[in-house]
Design a protein around this ligand. Structure first.
Ligand SMILES: C[S@@+](CC[C@H](N)C(=O)[O-])C[C@H]1O[C@@H](n2cnc3c(N)ncnc32)[C@H](O)[C@@H]1O
Length: 210
């Protein structure tokens, strides 16, 4: 296992298939969104944030590698403005442009090269002045260093994680053609049970086309 950990996530979503309880990051991002806006979600898992945005009238197209879970979400989805599609978000190919791209706890599931591919793809897939919203694990996370080291800042426990350094992550986003509107590295953003990891949030704007 080097990245993606597809089997781990397939098994996880067999146990947690339903889209309930949006993330704190989705609540933060919802302040930027209006009814009728279009959004791609990269790595939607059980669709909890996709459905939350969909209920606000956002036109959501959500991708995840877990085919079985996405088939389940599609079958039970009642929102006509929300669509689920199985796929590798690092290799989606050309898509029609949207206003927003949302990635919560997914870019640390892939290698740095694939992160860069995804940021470049996001540039092409966004309308001018479109925004990308990212929440990602920091190298300051207490989980950093646990499990088998498989590369720089990369570790495998039950699944693969690549922790990122804020400054270099921000540079990669800028190199892909974005300007940073907001960045924060802190505890208190993504509490889960007894865990309160230090995570990074970024909101970045796609530069205008020349
Ligand atoms: C930590 S979960 C986050 C799920 C969701 N964003 C949330 O916050 O509830 C990571 C998700 O990313 C998905 N994922 C990881 N790498 C992927 C890839 N290359 N293509 C598509 N999905 C991927 C996994 O299947 C999993 O559903």
């Amino acid at each position: 296992m080097t990245s993606n950990s597809k089997e781990y996530w397939e098994s996880y979503y067999r146990q947690n298939p339903n889209p309930s309880g949006e993330s704190p990051f989705a609540r933060f991002v919802s302040g930027f969104l209006n009814e009728g806006d279009s959004l791609y979600e990269l790595g939607c898992g059980n669709g909890r944030d996709s459905v939350f945005f969909g209920k606000k009238g956002v036109r959501v197209h959500a991708f995840d590698q877990c085919e079985e879970e996405l088939a389940y979400l599609t079958a039970q989805n009642s929102l006509s403005n929300v669509h689920f599609e199985a796929g590798d978000f690092t290799n989606l190919g050309p898509k029609s442009r949207v206003d927003f791209i949302y990635s919560r706890f997914t870019l640390h599931s892939v290698t740095e090269d694939k992160e860069i591919d995804t940021l470049r793809w996001s540039f092409d897939a966004l309308n001018e002045n479109g925004l990308v919203f990212i929440e990602i694990r920091s190298i300051l996370d207490e989980l950093y260093g646990q499990g088998e080291k498989v590369g720089k800042n990369e570790f495998v426990t039950s699944h693969y994680r690549r922790f990122v350094a804020l400054n270099s992550f921000v540079s990669r986003i800028e190199e892909a053609g974005f300007s940073i509107l907001y960045k924060l590295e802190s505890k208190g953003l993504a509490p889960h049970g007894d865990d309160d990891p230090i995570v990074i949030r970024v909101v970045a704007k796609r530069a205008e086309r020349n």
